[in-house]
Design a protein around this ligand. Structure first.
Ligand SMILES: NC(=O)c1ccc[n+]([C@@H]2O[C@H](COP(=O)([O-])OP(=O)(O)OC[C@H]3O[C@@H](n4cnc5c(N)ncnc54)[C@H](OP(=O)(O)O)[C@@H]3O)[C@@H](O)[C@H]2O)c1
Length: 469
């Protein structure tokens, strides 16, 4: 039988769709799944693509069905399952055979697996776009040896989303670089979603709008600077109905997470890179999950008034707030990538990252194309200071300020938008307040400080020697 050009293990939601996508692009693919009935059903339902799919029922048969040097995609749950799968494959592979972990691995695990790869090659690959993306074109962020990426790039570029014909599949750097970029993508995804949810809350609880009206607003915004997949689906979910009721109105307000947003926040803390909008978004999901505590809180303190006086906020102002929040969130996300790039010596390609997110992934948006251009001009400058985005922020930040202040006054919780505004205000304040922190630290711990009037001199102390502990 003709051998497969590539193999895939794990025919779950993502793996099955990715395998069909690969077959559709003309590549012969061997597939294997722990539960054999899933493999059989997958092959039976592959329709026109079945001739390019080689279903196998043992790892030995799977490996034997792939043309050497082999390329094998793993699409199994992140964590120990990946290690187990690698261990099971290892004795069957040759030194040039390549394992590609396409799940949502923690990049530290990918670094470890890349370093431990001996007797086979290893790539870590972030894939975004959910089920639909996997089937028709995901955004792909690769990490590992460039030569290994180049070997499989023709397949990955063929199956990836295209932005004006350009594949959204890019090698990011060595080891866990691809999975790191995917984690930041997911952190930004959390933040984008949270800011939309906050603006939705202002419309629902502040302006008393019905879900369908809110959907119409999102639909309109999707024609402007906020054009994005997440705004588009927010319009769709707002307009959806379940019988007579808006679907949104019967969905429990308790959000889950699988951990990638949390990883982004943990890594940002490790790198001392401020990403408050993403942190607030992860925090908000955790708060949402504490439903019983929120109910007890409302019983104890009463719900905040929330309702806004007529004319207190215009929809245009909400759109401006969302634009400003989004720019600030991405500025933080890219700054985190710069920090990681320096720390790990990765030399991550910032403009290419913005480009790879333009299509296929959950955070795809028209703004990302402008971000790619701004980052090409000067990757080190910080997105907020790029002239294009600085102009946008000058125009949109007053709207963000108005929404956050009106929200605070009426008790509308806006954690991500508020965090964005506070960061913006800190980042435009040359003389901040950390002189007080430094004085306090020196008072209780003799940590020392620098003085404005004695530049260059370090480790100076205040006149509070007697009070030191
Ligand atoms: N779903 C998404 O939107 C999305 C997006 C991007 C990335 N990802 C990532 O992609 C990966 C796969 O996600 P998914 O949503 O496709 O998961 P899924 O639907 O739960 O499928 C998991 C697959 O892994 C197999 N598997 C589970 N435990 C196993 C084990 N102990 N040993 C061997 N095989 C095992 C399952 O086989 P059985 O049939 O035998 O159970 C199944 O084929 C995850 O890392 C996920 O985080 C998911």
């Amino acid at each position: 039988m003709e051998m497969a050009e590539i193999g895939l293990i794990g025919l779950g939601t993502m793996g099955a769709m990715l395998a069909l996508n690969i077959a559709e692009k003309g590549f012969r693919i061997a597939v294997y799944n722990r539960t054999t009935s899933v493999t059989r059903q997958f092959a039976a339902e592959a329709g026109d693509l079945a001739p390019r799919i080689v279903p196998t029922e043992s790892l030995e048969a799977f490996v034997a069905a792939i043309k050497p040097p082999r390329a094998i995609i793993l699409m199994v749950p992140a964590g120990p399952v990946v290690d187990d799968q690698i261990a099971a494959l290892k004795p069957l592979l040759g030194p040039d055979d390549l394992i590609i972990d396409a799940g949502n691995a923690n990049f530290h695990d990918t670094n470890r697996r890349a370093a431990a790869a001996s007797g086979y090659r290893f790539l870590g690959m972030g894939v975004s776009g959910g089920e639909e993306g996997a089937r028709h074109g995901p955004s792909i962020m690769g990490g590992g040896e460039k030569a290994d990426w180049d070997r499989v790039a023709p397949v990955l570029e063929a199956i990836s989303a295209k932005y004006q014909g350009i594949p959204c599949a890019t090698w990011m750097g060595p080891g866990g670089a691809g999975h790191f970029v995917k984690a930041v993508h997911n952190g930004i995804e959390y933040a984008d979603m949270q800011m939309i949810a906050e603006i939705y809350g202002v419309m629902r609880d502040g302006l008393g709008m019905e879900a369908a009206e809110i959907g119409a607003v999102f639909e309109e915004w999707n024609q402007g600077p906020l054009q994005s997949y997440l705004i588009e689906i927010s319009a769709a979910v707002s307009k959806a109905v379940d019988g007579d009721a808006p679907m949104l109105d019967v969905i429990l307000d308790k959000a889950g997470q699988k951990g990638t947003g949390r990883w982004t926040v943990i890594e940002a803390q490790n790198l001392a890179a401020p990403i408050p909008v993403i942190e607030a978004a992860v925090m908000a999901r955790n708060v949402s999950a504490r439903l019983a505590e929120r109910q007890a809180g409302e019983a104890a303190f009463g719900a905040a008034p929330m309702a806004l006086a007529k004319g207190a906020l215009h929809l245009k102002t909400l759109e401006q707030a969302m634009i400003a929040g989004k720019i600030l969130c991405y500025a933080q996300g890219f700054a985190l990538i710069v920090a990681a790039s320096r720390e790990f010596g990765w030399n991550l390609p910032l403009p290419a990252i913005a480009r790879v997110w333009r299509e296929g992934c959950i955070i795809r948006s028209s703004m990302l194309n402008d971000m790619a251009t701004a980052l090409e001009e000067n990757p080190e400058r910080g997105l907020m200071l790029a002239p294009f985005f600085a102009d946008h922020l000058r125009a949109a930040s007053p709207g963000l300020r108005q929404v956050v202040s009106v929200g605070a006054a009426q008790g509308l919780p806006l954690p991500a938008l508020s965090a964005g505004l506070a960061w913006f205000d800190m980042m435009r304040t040359a003389r901040g307040t950390a002189n007080m922190i430094q004085a306090q630290r020196d008072f209780f711990g003799a940590h020392g400080f620098e003085r404005l009037d004695k530049p260059g001199q370090k480790d100076l102390h205040g006149p509070w020697g007697g009070h030191m502990v």
